[in-house]
Design a protein around this ligand. Sequence first.
Ligand code: ADP
Length: 541
Amino acid sequence: MLGLMMAEPLRVATIIEHAAKWHADTEIVSRLPEGGIHRYTYADANHRSKQLAQALLKLGVENGDRVGTLAWNTHRHFELYYGVAGIGAVCHTINPRLFPEQLVYIINHAEDRLLFFDLTFLPLVERLAAVCPTVEKWVLMAGPEHLPAASEMPGLCSYEDLLAAESGDYEWPSFDENTACSLCYTSGTTDQPKGVLYSHRSTLLHAFGISLPDALGCSALDVIMPVVPMFHVNAWGLPYAAPLNGSKLVLPGAGMDSASLFELMESEGVTFSAGVPTIWLALLQFMREGQRHFTTLKRTVVGGASCPPALMKAFEDELGVTVLHAWGMTETSPLGTGARLKAKHADLSPADSLAIRSKQGRAVFGIDMKIVGDDGHALPHDGVAFGDLLVRGPWVVRDYFRAHTPGELTADGWFRTGDVATIDPDGYMQITDRSKDVIKSGGEWISSIDLENLAVAHPAVAEAAVIGVPSAKWSERPLLIVVRRIGMELSAEEMLNFFRGRVAKFCEPDAVEFVDSLPHTATGKLLKTQLRKDFAGYSVA
Ligand code: ADP
């Protein structure tokens, strides 16, 4: 027997429609790549998203067509999220920090028909246009005054001109909730980038999921600034969760440096932010240098790479900002777990509580997970046994977009994350490594993440990476690569001594090398493939 409730398909446009109706005067504030601050409301955003929808329809964009974006976090990018998905087309956010060859590969693989880009990327798209034949029209996300005098890009026009020609008098259509709404390629640090095609249903369920108080937690009292880019897994879903909850949204544009972020956080009263550890490590240094304090920021979500406990502690003790450590992937929309405490942890000491909150955390409702050994059998949740992390749920990828190879699912339908993890008896998952980064020393596995976390707890260390290097005796041993904090002295001996007694003897790094900076991926994570190349041939005694 079927239930007798209304079968309203879950659709992305219903979020902006809801915000426009019930949070009409709540603001979206953007720092524009072409300069200046833009400020308007959810009611305005819905109206302009509808104008965009009308313009797309006039250009012949059809259900399922891909519309690419090369853009920062701004109100126009926000309108593309809703305008494109709202008519049943697919908003394909592209990471402009990728290498040009990867960008060409991705645009051609997705067969984007239109491509919207910020002024910052004009020189880049001028080079891309000639080698991306499926793109019929390139749209500059600015007013016509910013268009170049001459250009060979097909159909080049300005975003504001496109919108100005439309009335915004438009009803969002209804369609199957399994219709695709957005597309995001993994950054391809190991292979060719792979496309994850989200549906309206998965996006809405994820937006509900991340809004929960033990997940990211969003409310109409919040002023949310996603520092994670809108081209990186839909800014972790915040451009959906903010209007769903009626939170004010602050979009930092191209200004991802600490000074610009801090200035905007203070001027707009940001209460809640989110981003990868690299951003917060830099911001912490900036805050310390100027002895600055946040007046409104209360909490931040750190994820995308392991959050060092030292970073968490510094934000909480020195700056009064609570850090939520979260784990996820492009393939999981992205939120999988978040490390909030349970009631039973109320009386824990600060150190014991930090130990739990430093883990990647508990599964949010909507995600199921398990760890398995090499034979595929589930391992115990004892916080000690580690194995491949598998997940499943309504916002986990089933297959990659136009993939030439089969997906990463097990025969019984679990997604292989490529991460190695433990799960403790309370359900807190802890990533020990990506499977390809694990260091295998004489039959024992050494977690590079543990060693990196410990290294950055040293006051003279700004950033650290650990890779395995060949060893005749042990097959692999850990090499620590360190960036010193500006103006600080640190010898190799002092660094290595710092590990004594803090980790098991066999885990201590065998050597340390100092560098000026570490390579990062386009999404701000340590690029270990590059480090392995840079230190190829390195051997430890
Ligand atoms: P890619 O880096 O391949 O582009 P994602 O951005 O989807 O892809 O990254 C997902 C991966 O990032 C995870 O599989 C995991 O290895 C790592 N990751 C994400 N969050 C965390 C975290 N909190 N701690 C450790 N690793 C994390």
